[in-house]
Design a protein around this ligand. Sequence first.
Ligand SMILES: Nc1ncnc2c1ncn2[C@@H]1O[C@H](COP(=O)(O)OP(=O)(O)OP(=O)(O)O)[C@@H](O)[C@H]1O
Length: 401
Amino acid sequence: MSDKEVLVKVEGLSKKFCKDLRTGLWYGVQDLFTNFMGNKNERTLRDKEFWALQDINFELKRGECLGLIGHNGAGKSTLLKILNGLIKPDAGKVTIKGRVGALIELGAGFNPILTGRENIYNNGAILGFTREEIDNKLDEIIDFAEIREFIDMPVQHYSSGMKVRLGFAVAAQIQPDVLLIDEVLAVGDMGFVLKCFKTIDDILPHTAIIFVSHNMPMVSRICNKLILLNKGEMQYFRNDVAKGIDKYYSGFINNFSNVLMDEGFLKLISIYINTEEKNNLPQLNWGDDLQLILKFQALKKILQPHICIIIFDKEQRPVASLELNKKTDLTVSSDGYFEFKVTHKKLQLSKGIYSINLIVYKDYYKKPILRINSVLNFQVKHRDDIWQPFLLSSTFVNKFN
Ligand SMILES: Nc1ncnc2c1ncn2[C@@H]1O[C@H](COP(=O)(O)OP(=O)(O)OP(=O)(O)O)[C@@H](O)[C@H]1O
C-alpha cells in the first residue's frame, strides 16, 4: 500500500435522530417496511427528527491526523460511531481501508465481567488476530498499559484511567491502519497522556487517525487536519488547524461577569479598555498598548487598595496579571469616587479572545474585599493563528558573528 493512500473516504454522509424515543421507534418500524419495498426517503425530516450529521464529505490519507471538534451535540461522536460501524448512516457512504482501531467510549468494547487479559484476547479476535498473534503482543500491550498487577482482575473493577490505558494499549499495539479516538484520553493521567502522544507520533506515518476532543492544546499538538462541526454540518475543513481552532473559540464569549466576593467596601462603577473601536468586544492589534480605565466608589474608608487584574486566555488558563504592587495613596473625590488608568506597553498576547478577572485587596495583599470574574473581555488581532498564549516579538538574524 502506498504511503499517501486514502484510507478513509466519507461521501455525502447524513444521520438523523428523533428527539422522542417512542416516535423514533415508530419511525424505525416504518423505515424497515419502506426500505424493504425499496422506497427510501432518507433525505427528508419527519416531525421531531433532526439532522445529527448532514452531508459530511472528507478524505483522510495515511499519515494524516484529523481533529474533529465542535460544541456539545455537534455530531462528533455520531460521526466516529458511524466510521466504526456501530451505527448506520441514513444517507451517504463510508469507505475505510485496512484495520480499524477504536477507542470510542470509555469501557466500550470491553466485557466488564472478563479480566483485562481475557478482554485483550477478545478484542484481538474481533480485529482478526489469531491466538498466537495475540500471545506475541500480549506483553507489549500489558507493559504499555502499565497495569500488569491488575491484568487478571475483571474490567468492571478498573478505574476510568485503567480502562483507558488498556483500551489505548490494545488500539495502538494492533498497528491499525485507521485509529479512531474519542475524548477518552482526558481521563488518563499526565504520564499516560504523554506516552499516548509519543505513540501517536510514532504510528502516525503509517496510520490515519481521527481524534475527537474539546482539548484544543491536545488537538493542535496532534492533528494536521481539522473539521469543525456545527449542528451536524461541516463549518470548517482544512489543514490549517490553528485557524479552525480560532473559529471554534470565537463561538464562545463569556459575557457573564460574576461577583464572587463583595465585602461592601467598594463598588466598581466602570471598567473599560481604551480603544478606538467602541463595540461590545474591545479589539487591540498585537503590539498595541493595553490601557484599562477603572472607576470605583469607596463605600467605606480604604487607605491603600491593592488591585490585581488577571488575564485568562480562551482555554481559561490564567496567562498574565497586572498589579498595582506598591503602596498608593488614594486621591478620592469628595463623593468617594477614584479612578485608575492601567497601562501595559506593547501587548504580546497571541491572537484571540481574553477575559479579565479583578481582585481588590484592602491592604497590600492582606484581605480581599472585591472579586469579580470575567469582568471584561477583549480581543487581540493578528495575522497569524497560534494557540500558544504569547507571540513574542523577536528578530531572526541569518549571518552573525
Ligand atoms: N441514539 C441517539 N438517539 C437520539 N439522539 C441522539 C442519539 N445519539 C446522539 N444523539 C443526538 O445527536 C446529536 C449529536 O450527538 P453527538 O453525541 O454526536 O455529539 P458530540 O458532538 O459528540 O457532543 P459532545 O461534545 O457533547 O460529546 C445530539 O443532539 C445528541 O442528542
